[in-house]
Design a protein around this ligand. Structure first.
Ligand code: UD1
Ligand code: MG
Length: 454
């Protein structure tokens, strides 16, 4: 088809019912601003232009997309949906088709819009049928079933209010016709606004045929006006995300207790236990198992990795099957070699841990390079911070570090070295030898415990 397509996204509304300082379209669904989802859907239709109408008092809305092809159109005053479209239309060629979307309907799918775009008429509307249509514009049809007008809830009479078919707000129109109808909008209505929906009666009066598509699933059109609807939309997103993953072979123990706030790629036989939150960019190799209560952000876990309950991982990469947790805290820059084990109450940051290395209990490992086959005893701490700068600890292959050791960085522990428990290591440790720094154990003869004063 050679008619250019331009998409206008309305995102300037005040969103007062959210009662938030954050502009409504920046509220996240599935970890991303609502507007980002709408922009993705718009982009999927490969339009010739995307125009986002926004409120210039909240310029931060523009951070959602840095793409040059998005045309940000300020609407200085919110005078209604018709006024919003009026701001964007001058930038759109007359020969184009225009699709109007809302920035606060995040789950709308491109396929639904394709069915609307398939209409031949110069004006078309996506409608839905609701058991409780209160608040929405009602679709009025003539005796032949043709769309005649859309009347807003607040302007409708009793009979009209009983109509269950409503305007989703999503419309498609030829730019030429749309310009003409927009020029004729007025504010003689209960809200004193320029209603976009008035174009229907104007088009019908011009004897322009109006097409319509009835949406199969009204939940997809769920708009977000308040936080109750935001939660409902999040729940639907969660459900859809879980279903998609399960169809792709991921086992989700309870889809109602699973949250995806980002993107995920998962191999087969991945198992996700209850109350797991996945954020950012997540890759899980075949057979990865995530225990209950884990939170993962931006992680890339190799096949066979097991994350035991209540572990929190951010920016972690595993290079082979590893064991993590329970209760592990792995921070950005953690890379674990195959067969590594990071156990309970171990915090790791900016550390490469070699294959088969174990830090099973109660440690802080920060800014370190740790070789293969190393054993890190319980309570080992890398003292990486001198109060001003961070320093690195290097632990070579096959080192054994006794419990309760402090490694004061910068320091290197040579290959195959042993460090006695309770040592404070301030200088480099030679290869293959036992090093310890510990005051000698003494027993004091004749010692008596003090007695309580009478
Ligand atoms: C609108 C429709 C109604 C439809 C409903 C579906 C009109 C007059 N009414 O009503 O028929 O059933 O959506 O949800 O169109 N916006 C701007 N600038 C403005 C006003 C609004 O950008 O000056 C944006 C809002 O951010 C929002 C969208 O337009 O994304 C819809 O505005 P809203 O005020 O929510 O319209 P409704 O009263 O819900
Ligand atoms: Mg609305």
């Amino acid at each position: 088809m050679d008619i250019p397509l331009h998409i206008i996204i309305l995102a300037a509304g005040d969103g007062t019912r959210m009662k938030s300082r954050l502009p409504k379209v920046l509220h996240p669904v599935g970890g991303r601003p609502m507007l980002a989802w709408v922009l993705d859907t718009a982009a999927a239709l490969q339009p010739d232009g995307i125009h986002v109408v926004f409120n210039p008092e909240t310029p931060e809305v523009q951070t959602v997309s840095t793409e040059a092809r998005v045309n940000w159109v300020p609407q200085a005053e919110r005078l209604g949906t018709g006024h919003a479209v009026q701001q964007a239309i001058p930038a759109i060629p007359r020969a184009a088709r225009v699709l109007v979307l809302y920035g606060d309907i995040p789950l709308l799918q491109a396929d639904t819009l394709r069915s609307l775009l398939a209409l031949d008429e110069a004006l078309g509307v996506l409608t839905m049928s609701l058991e409780n249509p209160a608040g929405y514009g009602r679709v009025l049809r003539d005796a032949d079933g043709r769309v005649r007008a859309v009347v807003e809830d607040r302007d409708a009479d009793e009979t009209q209010r009983r109509i269950s078919e409503v305007n989703t707000g999503i419309i498609v129109a030829d730019a030429r016709g749309l310009r003409g109808w927009l020029d004729r909008l007025h504010t003689e209505n209960s809200q004193g606004e320029y209603y976009l929906t008035d174009i229907f009666v104007l088009a019908a009066d011009d004897e322009t045929a109006i097409g319509s598509v009835l949406a199969v699933d009204p939940e997809e059109m769920q708009g977000v006006n308040d936080r109750v609807q935001l939660a409902a939309t999040e729940a639907r997103h969660r459900k859809l995300a879980a279903e998609r993953l399960m169809r792709d072979g991921v086992q989700i123990v309870d889809p109602r207790r699973f949250d995806l706030r980002g993107k995920i790629r998962a191999g087969c036989d991945v198992r996700i236990d209850i109350n797991v939150v996945l954020e950012g960019d997540i890759r899980l190799g075949e057979g990865v198992a995530i225990g209950p209560g884990c939170v993962l952000r931006d992680c890339d876990l190799a096949a066979g990795t097991r994350v035991h309950p209540y572990s929190v991982l951010e920016g972690v990469q595993t290079l082979g099957a590893c064991d993590i947790g329970p209760f592990a805290r792995l921070r950005p820059g953690t890379v674990l070699g195959a067969g590594a084990k990071v156990g309970n109450f171990v915090e790791v940051k900016n550390v490469q841990i070699g294959a088969g290395t174990k830090a099973s209990h109660l440690s802080y490992l920060g800014d370190a390079t740790i070789g293969d086959g190393v054993n890190i005893g319980a309570g080992t701490i890398t003292c990486n911070y001198d109060g001003v700068n961070k320093h690195r600890t290097i632990i070579e292959n096959d080192v054994f570090i006794g419990s309760d050791t402090q490694l004061v960085a910068p320091v290197t522990v040579g290959k195959g070295a042993d460090i006695g428990a309770g040592s404070t290591i301030t200088r480099d440790v030679p290869e293959g030898k036992l090093t310890l720094s510990r005051s000698k154990q003494v027993t004091v003869p004749g010692w008596r415990r003090p007695k309580k004063d009478a």
